[in-house]
Ligand binder design. Structure first.
Ligand SMILES: *Cc1c(COP(=O)(O)O)cnc(C)c1O
Length: 465
């Protein structure tokens, strides 16, 4: 394919994408497939000779769409949203077309300077103080890994990057039991170890399921007495299972008293903070050292883009950054080279889709969507609560709630029926030992009608359980 053909086929691809999105409501959200079905349909020996693009494109349209779970389906209420506003798709096409590698300022000046700009824009849009700067990662997992690795190095005077950890004291990281598994992964891979992640118990009867600040203090004190070295605290704002939000304002005082750095994981819920009325959920966040949120979830920027805000990037650069001879930038030693803030060296031009999105939708447009989602989730919750046999197990936190149908076994059977039916897509979690179904409202094109199909489908299918 040459560039003239690329231009031609790009138009055809764009037409196909338009039709795909227009037809999503007619498809099941999740395909009813067995593992291996798609591989079997695709399986040929490795191509020795070139094939016409028509044939390849036909095979794609014939096999791939039916083999996908449709994250952009308006009735996708599972996991969390991974929105892709059309304008962010357009920006991705342009970034693909330039195909730059933004590892250093000089390898992609516009990408790096736009990155600094959109990080500042988002900081202001979320109501974070101007003392934060930040960078863009691929995922919240990577950002949290960077934050935890930096906690490790701060705790041991940056000796670990040279000496390793064999003679270091045993470090401890603290988090609520509601934090995402990316925190577990971060302690495992940073060499701190899973057994040194202390899951702090929650406050009794707290509708936000926050960690108990007194239990945090007690855990730190007990560890100090036992000869451990506390290294940092990770807070959850909008935990994946039920949307748990730590009381940062209270718990961060404990962390500060013990001189511990803090990281806030708001990967999903962070987008909602463009609405002032939701910011009470993360009151105290301005005191944190590091905050991560994913514009690729609720906000609408095409996957993947994760922003980490940092009070002081110095320690993270010291922990993560390297400047071998071939990456020196003579005469510009003070320039920001974001690869030194992040795990990979190579970096995509991710800022572009957020720049397009924020300009084209405006914060006002993005806020209106999120406010609708929160209101419609409440309506769906009320309708489900009124169905026979259904109980709300956790109340909506933003647009996420959970419910149960009769007992754990019946709930599991109902979920299976729902996802075989295909009109809506929901997923499960465990809450206080029970199997519960999660509902999350947040897809970019979802309407109130789509949301109200949740109680309709549940009523219909539960009669047969
Ligand atoms: C989605 C999510 C993550 C993981 O995000 P990735 O970008 O997929 O790594 C972490 N924490 C929370 C609270 C999340 O919602």
């Amino acid at each position: 394919m040459n560039h003239d053909e690329l231009a031609d086929w790009s138009k055809r691809a764009a037409d196909w994408v338009r039709d795909y999105h227009a037809g999503l409501r007619d498809r099941p959200v999740r395909p009813d497939l067995a593992p291996g079905d798609i591989r079997a349909a695709l399986d040929t020996p490795v191509p020795e000779d070139p094939a016409p693009i028509e044939t390849i494109f036909d095979d794609f349209t014939r096999i791939v769409p039916d083999g996908m779970t449709h994250w952009q389906h308006p009735r996708f209420f599972a996991y969390f949203p991974a929105n892709a506003a059309p304008v962010s798709m357009l920006a991705e096409q342009l970034a693909n077309g330039i195909a730059a590698q933004a590892m250093l300022w000089q390898t992609a000046p516009a990408a790096n300077e736009m990155e600094a700009l959109v990080v500042d824009w988002m900081r202001d849009a979320l109501g974070l103080p101007a003392t934060f700067t930040g960078t863009i990662h691929d995922s919240a997992t990577t950002a949290t890994f960077a934050a935890v690795t930096t906690m490790r190095e701060k705790a041991i005077g940056f000796q670990g990057i040279g000496e390793g950890l064999s003679s270091a004291p045993r470090l401890r990281i603290y988090a609520s039991a509601q934090t995402h598994s990316s925190v577990d992964k971060a302690v495992r891979l940073s060499g701190i170890g899973q057994n040194n992640l202390v899951k702090v118990p929650g406050r009794a009867d707290d509708p936000l399921f926050s960690m108990d600040p007194e239990a945090l203090d007690a855990a730190i004190r007990a560890d100090l007495d036992a000869g451990y070295k506390p290294a940092g605290v990770v807070f959850a704002i909008g935990g994946t299972a039920i949307g748990a939000c730590d009381d940062i304002a209270a718990a961060i005082q404990v962390a500060k008293r013990h001189g511990l750095p803090t990281h806030v994981d708001a990967a999903w819920a962070g987008s909602a903070m463009i609405c002032e009325e939701f910011r009470t959920l993360w009151a105290g966040v301005e005191e944190a050292d590091s905050v991560v949120f994913n514009p690729h979830k609720w906000l609408g920027a095409q996957f993947d883009i994760s922003i980490q805000f940092l009070k002081d990037p110095g320690p993270q650069i010291q922990a993560m950054g390297l400047r071998p001879d071939y990456l020196q930038t003579p005469g510009a030693e003070d320039i920001v080279n974001y690869n030194e803030w992040t795990l990979p060296l190579g970096r995509r031009f991710r800022a572009l889709k957020l720049w397009f999105l924020l300009r084209a939708e405006g914060l006002s447009g993005l806020r209106a969507r999120i406010r609708n989602h929160v209101a419609w989730a409440q309506e769906a919750r009320d309708a489900i609560a009124a169905l026979p046999g259904f109980t709300i197990r956790t109340e909506p936190i933003l647009s996420l709630f959970t419910f149960q149908f009769r007992d754990s076994a019946a709930t599991e059977r109902l979920l299976d029926a729902v996802n075989r039916d295909g009109r809506i897509y929901l997923t499960q979690t465990m809450h206080e030992g029970d199997y519960v179904i999660r509902v999350q409202v947040g897809q970019f094109d979802v309407t109130r009608e789509d949301v109200m199909m949740i109680p309709e489908v549940l009523e219909d299918l539960s009669r047969r359980i």
